[in-house]
Design a protein around this ligand. Sequence first.
Ligand SMILES: [Zn+2]
Length: 304
Amino acid sequence: MYQQLADRVGVFGGGVNVGIIQAADNHAILVDTGANESNARKLLRHVREEVGLNVIAILTTHAHADHFGGHEFVARRTGAEVYASPIEATILKNPELQPSLLFGGAAPPAALKERFILARPSPVHCVIDAGVVHFANVAVEVVPLPGHSPNQVGYLIDGVFFCGDVVFPSAAIEKFRIPYLFDLDRHLASMELAARTPASWIVPGHGTVERDITSLLEHNLAVVHETRETILKRLEEPAPLETIACGVFDAMDVPMESHVSYYLLRSTIAAYLASLEARGAVEHLMLNRQACWKRRQVEIGRIS
Ligand SMILES: [Zn+2]
């Protein structure tokens, strides 16, 4: 469950990889806290009883419930200060914004209020965006990695790079087919930045810790291209988002197990369409009182 990666840095595995950074005076800084109070309880027991450290800060990669669901518990039990980037900080404090974003900006229905998508509100003490955060003898570099979420950041410390959900493990891609994202072009730029960030260990939000994520990034990129081409093939005639999304889910055999999966991926397809529009590959028109999307006559090969 726990893996030491550098003298002062380790990772506590589980559904989400939580970073544990050791600072002076037996202090600990966490990167994310896992999905909920039960995970956070195990994490805190490990940090306090097995490693003997007191948590003084929590660094947030992004405001998805599986990464910050334990924040409130850890902050309340330890008095730790919570750090997050500006947009993610707003969602930490107002977590109902996340299901509302997925539901087109409206108050969300019951199916989008389950724990996987809606965490307990977390306090935020320090808003960070880029640069270096100092804790006594520890300096943590903040690496902006927007795209998977609006304002995701990674953290680099002693050669260990916590990169959030900028990449997903191959097993997750094979199972779920299309990874969720908020902004395709910023996500692609963040994947490139992650590939260029020098590190001895890379800790994605989920899955195994890696020495090199080149092949993982290639797999993630391949599914982006596959998704984009599958969308474009469905745009010979104008169609609304729902029709396009369902056509893509069928064509790519996406397992659609719940309302949450549906709304996450419908939103993801919308992000692809906005990106294609920005690249001049599709047009967004109003037809019969419906917002529709249609392919422009551009060769797919020209859309890089
Ligand atoms: Zn995420």
